[in-house]
Design a protein around this ligand. Structure first.
Ligand SMILES: Cc1cc2nc3c(=O)[nH]c(=O)nc-3n(C[C@H](O)[C@H](O)[C@H](O)COP(=O)(O)OP(=O)(O)OC[C@H]3O[C@@H](n4cnc5c(N)ncnc54)[C@H](O)[C@@H]3O)c2cc1C
Length: 371
């Protein structure tokens, strides 16, 4: 048996942030990241990165410009409501659109530079024991972090329940030439048909857009239905390389158990139920898990407390907003209010992409527009 202080399963944004944080908290810690594939690797995603995700990385010592290098800022967002109201405004802070093959390779390289070791290994078996956690009868860990995504093996080993179909979305995405008039604008088009569902078109700045469409699994989503939804909402595009993946939404997030096994990112169902955004929550939860790892047997409880104090209120607000948003008329009113008032627009964006809340101004604006 080979022993490491912290073993992280998965080298995506959650795993890389976790490794960076664990090394930063204790520069003598032996940190091992295991991934079943070699980097660079693709990950099915819209590739949209909120500015707040870069803030978390900067706090871990990663220069944001080294992450975004070669991909221009995207300063505007165009939203279309389920009933067809469109609002386009500058966002309070620009987003970035970076292919995951590039982003994840950069983040995992930063983790390696910080002293973490990356190894190609497909984890199949996780066994919590007294005093350590055992993996595949080959490796032991003082603390194990499951950052292994939407189909987490670590989560299964903890016997933590999977998201229900009403708390699980599925989306497919591909790449297409950038349509005229979309330079610097992220586009999101929602639809009343099969609601809640939406399509996106995010410009990478290299002449391509990442386009996709997603909806809830509970609605009986099929690949043909997802392709049809994409073409209905974004007519005239011909994307290549369409691939689908599941999104465990934070409305189904589990309680982090006590002990030496932590869950971060998609493995912890930390995806925004309004937008499907997960990278910000992956790097933030990964960072908190990495910091808590030093607590050994107390790591689970310490991480749960930190996650609750940093994100608890936002998660409660986005869950409530997700329930309210089931009424398309209300969504329409919110989008109209965002068209009336930049501050409502900013609040909607912060709730959907980062750690924002349901603000009294946004609620009052929507109520006015409902009348
Ligand atoms: C279609 C789609 C569009 C999306 N668009 C956006 C968007 O525009 N912006 C946004 O912020 N979020 C978006 N998301 C969500 C985002 O992709 C995820 O939230 C994010 O990737 C979570 O990061 P993670 O590190 O938790 O998991 P992942 O990125 O999934 O990384 C998990 C890693 O674990 C590895 N792994 C898995 N199992 C094992 C194992 N048994 N052993 C070893 N390694 C293992 C995998 O190889 C992978 O490298 C989208 C999701 C989908 C499906």
């Amino acid at each position: 048996m080979e022993h490491w202080d912290v073993v992280i399963v998965g080298g995506g944004p959650a795993g890389a942030a976790c490794a960076l944080a664990a090394r930063r908290a204790d520069p003598s810690a032996r940190v091992l990241v295991l991934d079943r594939v070699d980097f660079p690797r693709d990950k099915v995603c819209g590739d949209g990165i909120a500015a707040e995700a870069l803030d978390v990385l900067a706090g871990l010592g990663v220069d944001p410009s080294s992450v975004t290098d070669g991909y221009p800022a995207v300063p505007r967002l165009r939203l279309t409501s389920p009933r067809g109201t469109t609002v386009e405004r500058a966002t309070a802070r620009p987003s970035y659109v970076i292919p995951r093959s590039v982003l994840d390779a950069r983040l995992v390289a930063a983790a390696q530079e910080s002293g973490a070791v990356l190894r190609h290994h497909h984890v199949r078996q996780v066994r919590p024991r007294a005093g350590h956690v055992e993996l595949d009868r080959a490796i032991t860990a003082g603390v194990l972090v499951g950052a292994d995504g939407a189909e987490s093996v670590v989560r299964r080993a903890l016997r933590v329940q999977r998201n229900l179909p009403t708390q699980l979305a599925v989306a497919l995405r591909g790449y297409a030439p950038e349509p005229p008039g979309q330079r610097g604008v992220q586009v999101i088009v929602t639809t009343e048909q099969r609601w809640p569902a939406y399509a996106w078109s995010f410009p990478l700045g290299d002449g391509r857009v990442n386009v996709g469409y997603g909806e809830l699994v509970s609605g009986g989503a099929t690949r043909a239905g997802l392709v049809e939804g994409l073409h209905r909402l974004l007519p005239g595009i011909s994307p290549a390389g369409l691939k689908a993946h599941r999104l465990p939404l934070s409305t189904g997030r589990p309680r982090q158990p006590d002990g030496r096994v932590l869950l971060a990112g998609d493995a912890a169902s930390l995806i925004n139920p309004l937008t499907g955004e997960g990278i910000f929550y992956a790097v933030l939860s990964g960072a908190l898990a990495g910091r808590a790892a030093g607590a050994g047997a107390g790591a689970g409880a310490a991480y749960r407390r930190e996650l609750g104090s940093r994100l608890g209120r936002h998660l409660r607000h986005s869950s409530v907003a997700s329930r309210l948003s089931r009424r398309p008329a209300l969504m329409d009113a919110v989008f109209r209010a965002a068209g009336d008032d930049q501050r409502v627009f900013d609040a909607v964006v912060a709730l959907g992409l980062a750690d924002g809340r349901l603000t009294p101004r946004a609620l009052a604006g929507a109520a006015r527009r409902l009348r």
